[in-house]
Write a protein that binds this ligand. Structure first.
Ligand SMILES: [Zn+2]
Length: 423
């Protein structure tokens, strides 16, 4: 077991990932603090995403969360805000990601009141021009990342060899006008204008995008039905006149726009990436909708057999159903983004089962699903640890040979993504 573990560990930790999902803003926006997703610019920013959600889950008061990410609170005082919660969270995967990030990037192995000034100092020294490449390629050993930009449907990447933008369709499905979807020169008066707008995003970015991303599972079931334009024309007009639209009508309009976009993506040979399963934010998740994600996804695969559907986050917690879906449908792919830092043991379990059950060209094993670039280091480490463990166990349990495990590593970590996303 020790020899197997060593050989596989060495291979996995030296193999680059293609990272298929992040929410990173461009480096210049981060350095200038230009983007509203960056609430503060000190060490606590590293806690702003998944760790922050876990703090809320643990019961921290809202005003403490506000102070933790405020620019008006001295960074040195911020430890005092979370220290009560640290013991509850440090062994969660989000705590593990944070600890591994500061260890690898700053050489800080333990966090305490005493070393916060040092942590803040290292944060400031590291966050400088060129640090995205240093973090992503030099430390996390990632070739490049696919990015779902946080507040625009798509954009030209500042560093196209490092960050490749997907076209994010959320706003186009929900008819969110500004600033997300509609460039300044576009006039929207009727549904066909909106179709032109969708066409424009595809003609502008369809050749360079890695894929399209749809995150609407946060707001509804994934039961998208095909609807003709005539059936939703009136609803669209009501919507842009800011009139109240019933949930049933809203669904019809989104259903129509979903298929308009998916057909367009298929025409451009762009894979369609869909959020499934667990919701990141607290106190709102509709678990009944989540439960239905796998069967709704199967219906999508049947309705559009020429579309490559990439299902995110294992449909967690319903990952056995997602395995079943990927095995059955030739246009269903699984992307394990976020899953290692959501539930690393479930992710390891899924990967082992996937290898024994589903053709292994249909899985992508890494994306941090992160907005703060430093944390990608911790996410990638957690994923490598889990992948190495899954392969080691499969060999030790005599399901696969060590040479097959070593050969498989390149495919799981970057070759599958290359084959599907690089035209
Ligand atoms: Zn995401």
């Amino acid at each position: 077991m020790d020899r197997i573990q060593h050989l596989i560990g060495e291979k996995v930790f030296n193999t680059p990932f293609i990272d298929t999902h992040e929410h990173l803003i461009d480096e210049s926006e981060r350095l200038d603090c230009l983007n509203p997703i960056i609430p503060c610019d000190d060490w606590a920013l590293l806690l702003n995403h998944y760790f922050g959600f876990d703090l809320i889950s643990a019961g921290i008061a809202h005003e403490h969360i506000v102070r933790l990410f405020s620019t008006k609170v001295d960074p040195i005082d911020k430890w005092g805000i979370i220290k009560e919660y640290w013991p509850y969270l440090k062994n969660t995967a989000s705590g593990f990601v944070f600890q591994h990030t500061i260890s690898k990037l700053y050489g800080i192995d333990d966090i305490s009141k005493e070393n916060i000034p040092h942590l803040q100092n290292r944060y400031e020294q590291t966050r400088k021009k060129g640090f995205y490449k240093h973090v992503i390629q030099d430390i996390a050993n990632i070739k490049h990342c696919h990015v779902h930009a946080p507040n625009i449907a798509c954009k030209k990447s500042e560093s196209p060899n490092l960050l490749l933008h997907d076209i994010a369709l959320n706003g186009l499905l929900q008819v969110a006008i500004n600033p997300y979807s509609v460039p300044e020169n576009f006039q929207i008066n009727c549904l066909s204008d909106w179709h032109d707008l969708i066409d424009w995003w595809f003609s502008e970015y369809g050749k360079t995008a890695a894929g399209v991303k749809i995150g609407n599972a946060y707001f509804r079931k994934l039961d998208f039905e095909r609807m003709e334009a005539e059936e939703v024309e009136k609803i669209f007009t009501q919507k842009i006149k800011l009139q109240v639209v019933s949930p049933g009508k809203e669904k019809k309009l989104q259903d129509h726009l979903f298929w308009y976009c998916v057909d367009k993506a298929t025409e451009y040979a762009l894979p369609v990436k869909l959020h499934t399963g667990q919701w990141a934010m607290n106190n709102v998740m509709n678990m009944r909708w989540v439960r239905d994600n796998p069967s709704d996804c199967a219906a999508l695969c049947r309705k559009s057999p020429d579309t490559k559907f990439i299902f995110f986050h294992l449909g967690y917690p319903h990952y056995e159903e997602m395995l079943s879906l990927a095995k059955s449908y030739s246009n269903a792919y699984i992307d394990m983004c976020w899953s290692w830092s959501l539930n690393p043991l479930a992710a390891k379990d899924l990967l082992k089962k996937f290898i024994l059950m589903v053709p292994n060209n249909k899985i992508f094993t890494f994306g941090g699903d992160e907005k703060i670039v430093e944390n990608v280091i911790g996410h990638a480490y957690t994923a490598r640890k889990g992948i190495a463990r899954a392969l080691t166990e499969l060999v030790a349990e005599k399901w696969i040979t060590i040479s097959d495990a070593l050969d498989l590593t390149d495919h799981l970590m970057h070759k599958n993504a290359q084959r599907i996303f690089e035209k």
